[in-house]
Design a protein around this ligand. Sequence first.
Ligand code: DI6
Ligand code: FE
Length: 413
Amino acid sequence: MNLQTENQVVDLLIKNVNLMTMDESVSASYGLIEHGCIALRHGNIVWLGPESTAPEFEAAEIIDGNGHYLSPGLIDCHTHLVFAGSRAKEFEQRLTGVSYQQIAEQGGGILSTVRATRAAHEEQLLVSATKRVRQLISEGVTTVEIKSGYGLDTDNEIKMLRVASQLKAQLPVSVSRTFLGAHALPPEFAGRADDYINYLITDSLPKVVELDLADSVDGFCEGIGFSREQMSRLFAAADELGLPVKLHAEQLSDLSGAELVAEFDGLSADHLEYLSEQSIKQMAHKNTVAVLLPGAFYTLSETKLPPIFALREHNVPIAIGSDYNPGSSPLCSLKLMLHMACTQFKLTPEEATKGVTLNAAKALGLTDRGVLKVGKKADLCLWEIEHPAELAYTFGVNPLVKSWQNGQLVINN
Ligand code: DI6
Ligand code: FE
């Protein structure tokens, strides 16, 4: 009998695929459904399950998945990919023993990228950032977070966030935009960090909100960045304007920034090599996501590992990002981060995969993606792999066969 339900007419049916749903309620390992089938309509998932149990669909298009694996579209939840200039000279300097902190204290580091980014026209920034986003898309990214933070004055921060907004409008990718005015102290405010925070609160942030250019607020809570007290004042202002917060915390030392994020019911604390047990408990209590960034750990030759065992023990959700930036993480590949999360941080391939799908969505406060489930966005990747762990296992190869964003085909290899 052919029951006429609305669900039966679909835009696309993908058959003969193994579904890595990442939905724990489906199965313990990758939420795997073998020999599956998935139906999409109006950019959303309307049915998924074992092919043998699929109803009769009237599909505008049917694709044979050839027994490959289908995962949620990948989400890079932490990048600084709008920037100008190069920091190759600092790379050379660091290799002769000068530290990241020393370079920053000498006016290089983030401030060197600030000089180049301030000098660049919006159009130039858009051209270079477009190439970077395309590179991420080519490896399966369907959502990317992009931070400002190389402008450090209202106009230049707005310039960066406008570029991020244009990337969203022009490319087949969702963009989450983060205001990172509190990334470093600009030279005009040297020795006056409190005044700079006041300026962000009274001038930059209200304008950014008025122009609807940001989805969240971030900062660098560190000896070479801002104090916990300064971040707390900025977070209170963000809170009043209705923006969620996140923080670069415990990257080089422990200022209990992650605890501050939890206090503000923020989205995520990122980096976390120097995170304490006390802060982990607060994060667990508030379900704050721990975003780990193996690219920065690797590039800065950091030796202190983030406290993976304790994060696991306390059930803190773990996400992985590329932190793509010209200083501490000059690598434009989330796929490589999946691998390095395992080799450097000893995450399991499943934890790492969850870190660039389910938990990366959580780190951005996005509840409509990161998992294959009825009602979620049809952001999908089809991979030519023989086991789900293969996504994290290889690097320098691209097993992506096809990707879709909002149900629209993006990559077709
Ligand atoms: N920590 C980082 O790893 C990036 N920002 C931050 O606060 C680095 C940014 C840069 O070095 O340009
Ligand atoms: Fe960062």
